[in-house]
Design a protein around this ligand. Structure first.
Ligand SMILES: CC(C)(COP(=O)(O)OP(=O)(O)OC[C@H]1O[C@@H](n2cnc3c(N)ncnc32)[C@H](O)[C@@H]1OP(=O)(O)O)[C@@H](O)C(=O)NCCC(=O)NCCS
Length: 387
């Protein structure tokens, strides 16, 4: 655990707040997290934040520790520092400052990211001091702005509604007061995102069948990852996603070497049946990654609590990602892949399908979701602060 010295904190003008964060006697103080014990506390802070929730998605503690100690495949592209705020010995807030060199090169932008943000309530002073310390770490390394709430594979946006309901898999179910902390630290909304849900009723399913049949009749091959070959499908997904998302806000290119270990263990799960590859004349032009309802396995659900069927409990699958290469767009390929995925969800007993996280202004994706009969069910925002 490295405690900031006052000298380090006050080296630059904007760090004047540094004096006040290292005051004794119960005042909050900010630390850069490094010891094994502090890393554990850091990774486990969400267990305090969400303790009262009827249902929430817990963090992957070991994965976060591995990330902060640079033991994950993405470490080669990142500079990372974990920060926390404490009151006495008690950790009250945490965040990781990340410089994603790959993102910055791709977009030709010196943008830092703040990920892993979590904080207890009524801790404005401590939390804002921590956020500012993390931002100063980024600024001192040449970043001109910072984003919190979206980084490919690393961070997801902040919910602005449905605070008491289990969000879609991967998405944040943050407390409402997080917005207050981020705004107090100088952040403004950069982007809005929405999450869609479709009810897989009989009429909808027969419409999906005609959508899939129509694509097949036009010579588009629609296969599950299991049919295509799961390992080959992982690489196909990586290639299509890099091509389709090349100019998609927030994305950065990813490599086969990092995607393979993330997905390979899912080959024996329903992911292999729900995820889809589309080909035209033997060329892969589209890919979908979908998951079954993992809430019963991964979410922490209080005893006696029954989730609404459109939120989880074994009845809500989710399409996490969809992409079609530019030259193949506008021919119903996205619709057909999603329809096939949703039909398989229905065959496996799911009654609802999520269409996860669409940028407010991504009309092609909005129309795809709406053509599938999905409706917006949750809203999210990503924040930015320019130094
Ligand atoms: C979003 C995307 C997957 C759509 O793929 P596609 O194969 O072109 O979509 P489809 O041809 O199946 O069209 C689906 C619907 O969207 C509409 N649509 C397609 N492109 C559109 C565009 N650029 N603007 C507005 N509507 C559009 C179609 O008209 C159709 O609606 P309809 O049924 O009411 O006619 C594709 O544009 C893409 O890969 N974009 C980049 C990655 C991305 O944004 N992924 C989604 C992240 S949430």
């Amino acid at each position: 655990m490295v405690l900031f010295s006052t000298g380090r904190l006050t080296g630059n003008g904007p760090m004047a707040f540094g004096r006040s964060i290292i005051t004794p006697g119960g005042e909050p103080r900010v630390e850069q997290v490094s010891s094994r014990h502090a890393l554990e506390e850091f990774a486990r802070l969400p267990y305090q934040v969400y303790a009262g929730r009827p249902a929430w998605w817990p963090p992957d503690v070991q994965n976060e520790i591995d990330f902060l100690t640079r033991r994950t495949p993405v470490a080669a592209y990142l500079d990372v520092a974990g920060f926390c705020a404490r009151r006495g010995q008690h950790m009250v807030a945490r965040v990781s400052a990340v410089i994603n060199r790959r993102y910055n090169q791709h977009w030709n932008e010196q943008l830092g990211h703040l990920i892993h943000f979590e904080a207890l309530e009524e801790e404005n002073q401590a939390t804002v001091a921590m956020l500012r310390a993390a931002m100063e770490w980024l600024r001192a390394r040449g970043m001109v702005a910072v984003r919190s709430g979206f980084a490919a594979f690393l961070d997801y946006p902040y919910g602005i509604d449905n605070y008491d309901r289990l969000p879609s898999f991967l998405l944040r179910g943050n407390p409402a007061y997080y917005h207050c902390y981020l705004k107090d630290a100088g952040f403004e909304v950069e982007k809005g995102q929405v999450d869609y849900t479709a009810a897989l009723d009989g009429e909808t399913r027969s419409r999906y069948r005609s959508i899939v049949d129509g694509a097949l009749a036009r010579g588009v091959s629609i296969k599950s990852w299991r049919e295509y070959g799961f390992l080959a499908a992982i690489d196909a997904w990586t290639e299509v996603t890099n091509a389709a998302f090349a100019r998609h806000w927030g994305w950065n290119p990813v490599t086969r070497a990092e995607v393979r270990p993330m997905l390979v263990s899912l080959g024996d799960t329903a992911v292999a049946d729900l995820s889809i590859v589309a080909e035209v004349q033997d060329e892969v032009v589209g890919a979908v990654f979908s998951v079954p309802d993992w809430s019963t396995m991964l979410a922490r659900i209080k005893r006696g609590v029954t989730l609404d069927p459109d939120r989880g409990g074994g009845t809500r699958g989710a399409l996490i990602n969809i992409g079609v290469t530019e030259s193949a767009r506008g021919r119903g390929i996205a619709l057909a892949m999603a329809a096939r995925s949703f039909l398989t969800m229905a065959q496996q007993g799911m009654r609802y399908a999520g269409y996860t996280l669409v940028l407010d202004d991504n009309w092609a994706s909005r129309r795809t979701a709406e053509s599938l009969g999905a409706r917006v069910t949750d809203n999210f925002v990503t924040y930015r602060h320019t130094f």
